[in-house]
Design a protein around this ligand. Structure first.
Ligand code: URA
Length: 200
């Protein structure tokens, strides 16, 4: 069992917050263990709670479409959420639920080591950009601690507000270029490290 699978098994048994009482299944996340890109949504909804898999409802179908538009499949990326259990009635996650779940997402990021993290929606964005407004910063990448963070609107927001759909589609189109830049950055960082080592 990989460390990521062991972590998923821990998440499925978690009782760190009250959401475990109402869940059908926890939703640890899924995808490639060595993915270059990680997508982080908000919380499982009805279908995700039923199936134990992320983004399998209407927002998930749109996410699949968006991935397809840049020639990616789910299996090539890793998809997770800020919180791993469904809030009742799909309400917003509470601060103590986000806090209780934080160590799981932190560890997933540590194990996967993605080059690019795409945050979907404001709760996911808030991890990297605590005070920002999504309407101001969507589509603007920022490098934090060796990872490029790229905030996007949540696909469900675009389903509810048709005017956002084009924006989400356009922001998605920049991902291949960002990924290339992120890969070049980390090659340069490795070269600099190697050069520094050779000085000693
Ligand atoms: N919305 C999310 O944020 N995550 C899911 O897994 C499904 C819908």
């Amino acid at each position: 069992m990989s460390e990521l699978e062991a972590l998923a098994a821990e998440i499925v048994r978690c009782t760190r917050c009250l959401l475990h009482q109402g869940r059908t299944r926890a939703v640890p996340g899924e995808g490639a263990e060595n993915a270059d890109i990680m997508f982080i949504g908000e919380a499982p909804g009805f279908h995700e709670d039923q199936q134990g898999r992320p983004f399998v409802g209407a927002a998930g179908r749109f996410l699949d479409e968006l991935l397809g538009s840049i020639n990616l499949e789910r299996s090539q990326v890793f998809i997770a959420n800020v919180i791993k259990c469904r809030p009742p009635g799909n309400r917003d996650p509470l601060p103590d639920e986000i806090e209780a779940c934080k160590l799981f997402l932190d560890r997933q990021i540590e194990l996967i080591q993605p080059r690019l993290i795409v945050t979907l929606g404001r709760f996911s964005m808030a991890r990297a950009f605590p005070k920002a407004r999504i309407s101001h910063i969507h589509g603007q990448p920022r490098k934090i601690g060796g990872i490029v963070y790229y905030p996007m609107y949540h696909p469900a927001a675009a389903l509810h507000q048709p005017s956002l759909r084009r924006i989400v589609e356009e922001d998605m189109q920049r991902i291949p270029e960002l990924l290339e830049q992120a890969a070049r950055m980390s090659e340069t960082a490795l070269l600099v490290e190697a050069e520094q080592l050779s000085l000693f």
